[in-house]
Design a protein around this ligand. Structure first.
Ligand SMILES: CC(C)(COP(=O)(O)OP(=O)(O)OC[C@H]1O[C@@H](n2cnc3c(N)ncnc32)[C@H](O)[C@@H]1OP(=O)(O)O)[C@@H](O)C(=O)NCCC(=O)NCCS
Length: 118
């Protein structure tokens, strides 16, 4: 298998470090973190990445609470919209985002592109 640096040397790939304006939104049960998402702020809006609830804790409302909290935080920070992508066949995630008022902007590859205006 090729190492990462060998792959980088053979392809026109560049990686540039950038200051990212990010926040981790997480939820705990007792002392344990059971779910989280990453909020990345841009100029006018924000993007949500890596929404995940531990398999043992799904279906209890934690996913919804995480995304609702992210929406509220973005509103407080003056964002005009919030965006995210999820796989077309991820029924649970699509139900979650539809129930929170995200609009389907389009489909790219196998991903639904969602946006919610704030
Ligand atoms: C997607 C995920 C974060 C949802 O978290 P969760 O805590 O299980 O979800 P919640 O209990 O808060 O449910 C939120 C909504 O999801 C939908 N949902 C939850 N469980 C569902 C199921 N088994 N079938 C269909 N829809 C479901 C419902 O719309 C639900 O809202 P409702 O209860 O008002 O009907 C979680 O399933 C997960 O971590 N999945 C793996 C990682 C992933 O796919 N992340 C999303 C990538 S963008």
């Amino acid at each position: 298998m090729k190492s990462f640096s060998q792959i980088l040397n053979s392809k026109p790939v560049e990686i540039k470090s950038q200051p990212l304006n990010t926040e981790l939104v997480y939820i705990t049960e007792g002392n344990s973190q059971v779910g989280s998402l990453l909020l990345v702020y841009g100029q006018e809006g924000a993007s949500i990445y890596s929404v995940e609830v531990l398999p043992t804790h799904r279906g209890k409302g934690y996913g919804k609470t995480l995304v609702e909290s992210a929406i509220q935080k973005c509103q407080m920070n003056g964002c005009q919209y919030i965006e995210l992508n999820t796989e077309v066949d991820n029924t649970v995630a699509n139900n979650l985002y539809n129930s929170l008022g995200f609009e389907l902007l389009g489909i790219k590859d196998t991903f639904n592109n969602y946006r919610k205006s704030l």
